[in-house]
Each structure stands twice: as structure tokens, then as C-alpha cells.
Design a protein around this ligand. Sequence first.
Ligand SMILES: [Zn+2]
Length: 178
Amino acid sequence: MATGSPEGLDEVKGFINTVSLESDDPYTGPDRLPEWLEATGRLPGASPEQLSELRLFREALRKVLEANAGDGDAQAAWRALEPFGRGCCLKVEIRDSGPVLRAEGTGEGAVIGSLLAKAYEAVATGTWARLKACRKPSCRWAYYDRSKNGSGAWCSMAVCGNRMKAKRRRQKSRVSEP
Ligand SMILES: [Zn+2]
């Protein structure tokens, strides 16, 4: 893949980015989660209850991505995902290339399971830490940090990075004003 993130993480990123926090409420919608579930074939025609469970999971997972960007406590963020992990069932499938984790069942549990399986694989291969949520509080967009040393903090330096830096400069100059 030439752009974006490693394959499995592209799916996680796509899931996280089904809502724009700048305009929508992440827990009640409207958002693009139903369209994403439809387009990926993961859960077409999800019920309102399934959607609200998946939204809770999405925002809990976003907290881990925020911690990856250096914002918040990673341990607490992972712990909050525990109940979601308990609700899904994974099996090991042997392919030509080796074992992979596959979510069993149907419904929202299978969606959560397959996304957690992607996270598991990315943690194992060391790519997970680069999947981040933008540090700009009103943005929180998920992105894959391709910076050389993995120290990126914003989804886009051109958009959020410059805005945040300008804001900080304004705050600083205000503090130093007599
Ligand atoms: Zn951003």
C-alpha cells in the first residue's frame, strides 16, 4: 500500500474516522458508522442498539489512539476496553502465511472482535504505537504517523498543527502582555 497505514490499521482508522467530532456527537450521531458497516460488509442494517454499542467502543478505542499521541493514560485507556474484549470471540485460523486471528459470530461483537484482532496484530508487529488520534481536542481524527521518529502529534501539520501552534503563540503573547 503506497499511502496511509498498514493494511489492518487502515480498517481501524476508517472505523475511528466514521465521525467528525467537529460537527457531530460521537455517542448519538449522526455519523458515517452505518455507511461504514454497510460498505465493509461488517454489519449492514445495524440496529440502534448495535450502533450505540459500537459508538461506545469507537470512542474508548480513540482514547488509546490519543494516548499513542502522548495525550492521556494508555493503561487506563486499555482497561476501559476490557468489557468489549470480553464480549467477543476470536479463533486462530491457519493460512499459508501462518496463523491469523479471526472474529467468530455475528453482530456488533464480531465487528469489535475483528477490530481488536487488528489491534492485537499491530501491537505484535510494533505498528500500533503509530496509529494516533490528533492532539487537537476538537479534531481527534485518527491517522498513521509516518514521521521519521514517530513523534507526530497532529493529523495534519498543515491544518491542525499550524492552528495549534498559532493558538499557543497567542496564549503566550497574552501572558507576557503587561
Ligand atoms: Zn487534526
